[in-house]
Design a protein around this ligand. Structure first.
Ligand SMILES: [Zn+2]
Length: 204
């Protein structure tokens, strides 16, 4: 079943080993921050560092495996119609907006949305590490400077990840202006069991 995360919102759910998670950008140019923890223990979590180590690239796409802090396979990317995602930046947080955007007052953020969604699973906010930022378009200049560009995703684009262990997954529709070309849109996702044929996803 296809589910929707509203603009600047987030959710969490269990994803059993062998099941696939398809994350869809229905309107285009919208980032979705993803984090995963082992269902067995929040001490095992999706690790940017381990994943970049073993894949030897910062640009992860079809065929790449995302690893935990214990170097265990957590998720495999089995389909990707965009080919550009980020695993360098942390989820946008209240401090992101006060430090970078100079925002005063409350601003919705992926960190707060993930913290709220993961709380029922016993995962404390300080456990949330660098997120896999689906559709986030980051370039690295030769001098090391990072630049955030509008996502390359068009309406209906998607990425599909297969769980390699039982997981708790947090997922958002990102709240940061720069990452989403200054327009906040929903994110959709669908979970398919092993052996099930995923339903065709109509373009909006
Ligand atoms: Zn965000």
């Amino acid at each position: 079943m296809r589910q929707r995360i509203g603009p600047q919102c987030g959710t969490a759910f269990e994803l059993a080993a062998g099941h696939t998670l398809r994350v869809i950008d229905p309107d285009g140019e919208q980032v979705a921050d993803l984090i995963a923890f082992s269902r067995a223990s929040p001490d095992e979590w999706l690790s940017s560092g381990r994943t970049l180590d073993y894949n030897n690239t910062i640009y992860l796409t079809t065929g790449h495996v995302l690893y935990s802090n214990r170097s265990t396979s957590m998720l495999t990317i089995v389909e990707d119609t965009v080919g550009r995602h980020d695993f360098l930046y942390t989820p946008c947080s209240p401090e992101t907006f006060s430090i970078i955007y100079k925002t005063t007052g409350h601003h919705p953020s992926c960190f707060e949305n993930l913290a709220g969604a993961l709380r029922p699973y016993g995962i404390a906010p300080d456990r949330i590490p660098t997120t896999f930022n689906i559709f986030m378009n980051v370039d690295v200049a030769p001098d090391g400077t990072l630049a955030i560009h509008p996502p390359r995703s068009k309406p209906g684009d998607s990425i599909t990840l297969r769980a390699e262990m039982d997981l708790v997954v947090g997922l958002t529709a990102c709240s940061a202006e720069m990452s989403n070309n200054y327009r906040f849109k929903p994110i959709e996702f669908a979970i398919t069991g092993p052996g099930e044929t995923s339903l065709p996803l109509p373009k909006p």
